[in-house]
Design a protein around this ligand. Structure first.
Ligand code: AHR
Length: 497
């Protein structure tokens, strides 16, 4: 045996908020136009949405979808996206220099999200706009009636309020790329005053303040401390954005990067707690990791499109097996931090870094990353349990003592237990003992494994099933210490019932 995973029922991390299996749909690239919405596709429903894409999204059981941006929101005029679609203006979107036809707007997206089984996490524009427009949008969406904008919503055919509960106060306002990028003090004040106004209008909402867009920015973590210092009392979550890629083509180092992701989350928890102490506050600030993903090894970042068009291909690429394994370590990191991470949104759902890809008038297919997300969403609900892993360790370019095995467990309310585990080694299978302490004997063990011969294998329209999970069920004779073999470069789900 090359190691051990000890799962002790006393080592509870906390109750997992289902919203950590959230998604993100932005008016960017081919996520909306040419992704979820393609009215001239043979599989489009009466509203122009592709039912093949919708079905893949439904299977993921996503509780919450962030919308409409991303960078897009910093130029978003919400009035353009309501009313009769044929009356809406066509504009140039300032974030992605694309044509925005406004054919999909608040109403259409909310309907689509409802069909997908999801609620909408809405965002207000704190780039080109401010507190007044944010309050207006909230009035339009959440006030039942009797005011100008709630009555306008009714006149648009939506009698019931949308009751959007979670709202982002802008997006990545620390980024020099953001339209109307701000200093931390400017943004902190704006977030505070906007939050104050919005909560006066609807005290039931929850607000997300923009945290750092990445630990690589020179303003991190001072940005987060300054923003929270100003806006702590009026906000509920601090956002975290993280994208991991293999830009140096250094696979072992890429495979270790979730360690940095975990440390990044932990440092922001510390910043939140520092401000909590400074303010003598009784409120705990939670994290909303509302953009996270790996970036595919061959992604196309053509954000300098010359001629603005509707739905240009932006940030598209093929996720390899290695990408899926790194993605799995990010999911494990989110679960390990689920006492403080209450919302997380996979960025994005379709085409733009998407686990779901589409061909124009052609098929939709699932990337390698679709599967770890699916498994986590289906089997990762309940109470997160810390596991103690002893496995061989390696050094990589940026990290020392990297454990080859990454793991976390989830105890389910029905008494079952799921262990998620990744073997980071590119060439070593690992035979591990699972030591289950404090759990009643289980009778069956079901395994799901995503692996393959080559790290760079990926699914494509021409080979949509090149990397798919394999499942296996075995009986257990009250064995409290079964052994499992983790294949090299593999994502594993081990389910005890
Ligand atoms: O998800 C793509 C983009 O990445 C988002 O618009 C932005 O918030 C981030 O920089």
């Amino acid at each position: 045996l090359e190691g051990k995973i000890v799962i002790d029922s006393c080592n509870v991390i906390g109750r997992i908020d289902d919203r950590i299996y959230g998604g993100f749909v932005e008016h960017m690239g081919r996520c909306v136009y040419g992704g979820i919405y393609e009215p001239d596709h043979p599989l489009a429903n009466g509203s122009g949405f592709r039912v093949d894409v919708l079905s893949y999204v439904q299977q993921l059981q996503i509780p919450l979808i962030r919308y409409p941006g991303g960078n897009f929101v910093s130029g978003f005029r919400w009035e353009d996206s309501v009313g009769r679609p044929e009356d809406r203006p066509v504009r140039i979107d300032l974030a992605w220099k694309s044509i925005e036809p406004n054919r999909v707007g608040l109403h259409e997206f909310t309907q689509w999200a409802g069909e997908a089984g999801s609620r909408v996490m809405m965002a207000v524009n704190l780039g080109t706009r401010g507190a007044a427009e944010a309050a207006d949008l909230l009035e339009y969406c959440n006030v039942p009636g009797g005011t100008q904008l709630s009555e306008l919503r009714k006149s648009h055919g939506q009698h019931e309020p949308y009751h959007y509960k979670v709202w982002c106060l802008g997006n990545e306002m620390d980024g020099p790329w953001q339209i109307c990028n701000k200093t931390a003090a400017e943004y902190g004040l704006l977030a505070r005053e906007t939050g104050k106004a919005m909560k006066r209008l609807d005290p039931s909402i929850e607000l997300v303040a923009c945290g750092s867009s990445g630990s690589y920015l020179p303003t991190y973590p001072e940005w987060d401390a300054t923003v929270l210092d100003l806006a702590y009392a009026h906000t509920d979550y601090l956002s975290v954005h993280a994208y991991i890629n293999d830009k140096n083509s250094d696979l072992p180092n890429y495979l270790a990067q979730s360690l940095q992701f975990e440390a990044y989350i932990q440092s922001l928890v510390s910043v939140c707690d520092y401000i909590k102490a400074k303010h003598r506050s009784r409120k705990t600030m939670y994290l909303s990791v509302d953009e996270w993903n790996v970036e595919p090894f061959n992604w196309l970042n053509n954000d300098g499109v010359d001629q603005p068009v509707v739905g240009p291909a932006l940030c598209e690429g093929n996720f390899s097996l290695a990408d899926a394994v790194v993605f799995g370590t990010m999911i494990i990191a989110l679960l390990k931090k689920s006492d403080r991470v209450k919302i997380a949104c996979l960025a994005q759902l379709v085409n733009v870094f998407g686990p779901i890809m589409t061909e124009k008038r052609g098929i939709a297919w699932r990337q390698t990353t679709y599967y770890p997300f699916l498994h986590a969403s289906l089997y990762g609900r309940g109470t997160a349990v810390h596991v103690h892993v002893s496995s061989p360790k390696v050094d990589t370019t940026d990290f020392t003592d990297v454990p080859l095995v990454e793991s976390v467990a989830v105890a389910h309310d029905d008494g079952g237990l799921t262990v998620f585990a990744v073997n980071r080694s590119v060439d070593r299978a690992l035979e591990l003992e699972l030591d289950l302490r404090g759990y009643a004997p289980f009778t069956s063990l079901r395994r799901i494994e995503l692996t393959g011969q080559q790290p760079d294998t990926y699914n494509a329209a021409s080979s949509p099933d090149a990397v798919i999970p394999r499942e296996q069920t075995t009986g257990l004779q009250s064995d409290l210490s079964p052994t499992v073999r983790l294949a090299p470069l593999s994502w594993n789900v081990i389910r005890f019932t």
